[in-house]
Design a protein around this ligand. Structure first.
Ligand code: MRU
Length: 348
């Protein structure tokens, strides 16, 4: 099953018959696998904001399909060109940090003048290419780890540490960082995965653990604060994470809590590997300081599932992402190449 798809081909075109964006609702996993059929652009924007669809490549797909949905909804409801453009803009700006969202929107919006068939073909191509890119990056990433970790610390296989969810759920299928894990596992080279729980929304405990479970991989969920210490204690052969935006100099934005892992990995001489598609490399952003970091609401930190866990009135700071400086990044693996920022190479 794809994490995100266009509904017509799935026979799930929505009540209006105008087509729909169909997503796996990531807010209810792992307890329930629920599909949401979105026939309204503003429902898609809402789904992006509340992380029902999330993860940089999946957001790229949401952006691409969002343009198609805006065109279809606009036609069904008699919107002007201006109204369609505004709807597309709402999708483009639903979340700021993952460059893939704007990339997906812009790629399909560039075909607006070419007619419906071209728009739909471009949107579908974004999804198909994501699947192919992830498989290529998974194999290349497994090769890179083979080279970097020739003598795993625990004999039989690799012990990998990951953060947040960079799996099939963060993409259309397969996954980026978890795609690398998948490829290592398929080669019989995986010993264990440490999955950070990833506060405050627990993408690691809820989503990565669920995917690892389905994969049949040995894994342990750890609290975010334990990661650097596990690395320092020699329990980890390599850290493998995804990214939401890679600046031209190789600085890497990813889920908050990634940077401490990179610091600990550098200190311990453990490789820190980033797996991401080329669409995550943002040549227009010179360095990490230029990346807009999404600030999310206090409620995600001071409450859990609607129940207050901090004192009433407690305030929070809730940055959703951090930036790992290029000099801490051993390798960036894409579908096309390997870049070694710590050795002075630049992705753009
Ligand atoms: O806030 P989220 O869940 O969208 O954050 C996702 C991440 O930080 C992922 O690690 C990143 O998008 C890479 S996904 C392949």
């Amino acid at each position: 099953m794809r994490t995100i798809d266009w509904g017509e081909s799935a026979g799930d075109a929505g009540a209006s018959g105008r087509g729909a964006v169909v997503i796996v609702d990531q807010t209810v996993l792992p307890h329930e696998v629920r599909l949401l059929t979105l026939t309204d652009v503003d429902d898609l924007v809402d789904a992006i904001r509340r992380l029902a669809v999330r993860g940089a490549p999946a957001l790229g797909a949401a952006g691409a399909l969002g343009v198609l949905l805006a065109v279809r909804q606009g036609r069904a409801e008699g919107w002007s060109h201006d109204e369609v453009a505004k709807a597309i803009d709402r999708v483009r700006h639903a979340r700021p940090t993952a460059v893939n969202l704007a990339w997906g929107v812009d790629r399909v919006a560039a075909r607006l003048a070419d007619g419906d068939a071209a728009i739909e073909a471009e949107a579908r191509a974004v999804l198909d290419e994501d699947v192919a890119a992830n498989r290529a990056m998974g194999d290349r990433g497994a090769d890179v780890l083979d080279g970097l970790c020739a003598a795993p610390r625990h004999g039989g296989g690799l012990r990998l540490h990951t953060h947040c969810n960079a799996g099939a759920l963060a993409c259309v299928e397969y996954g980026t960082a978890l795609g690398v894990v998948r490829a290592v596992h398929a080669r019989g080279r995986l010993d264990r995965v440490y999955a950070d729980e990833t506060r405050p929304l627990l993408q690691g405990a809820r989503l990565t653990a669920w995917e690892l479970d389905q994969m049949g991989a040995d894994y342990r969920v750890v609290v975010d604060g334990a990661g650097p210490s596990l690395i320092a204690r020699g329990m980890v052969d390599a850290v493998v994470v995804g990214s939401d935006r890679i600046a031209a100099n190789g600085d890497v934005a990813n889920k908050i809590g990634t940077y401490p892992l990179a610091l600990a990995a550098a200190r311990a001489g453990v490789p820190f590997v980033v797996a991401a598609p080329e669409s995550t490399v943002d040549a227009a952003t010179p360095d990490g300081a230029a990346i807009e970091i999404e600030d999310r609401g206090d409620h995600e930190v001071v409450a859990w599932q609607g129940r207050q866990v901090a004192p009433a009135g407690a305030r929070a700071v809730n940055p959703a992402f951090d930036v790992t400086p290029a000099d801490l990044v051993t390798a960036i693996v894409t579908e096309a190449r390997v870049v070694r920022p710590a050795a002075g190479e630049r992705p753009a």
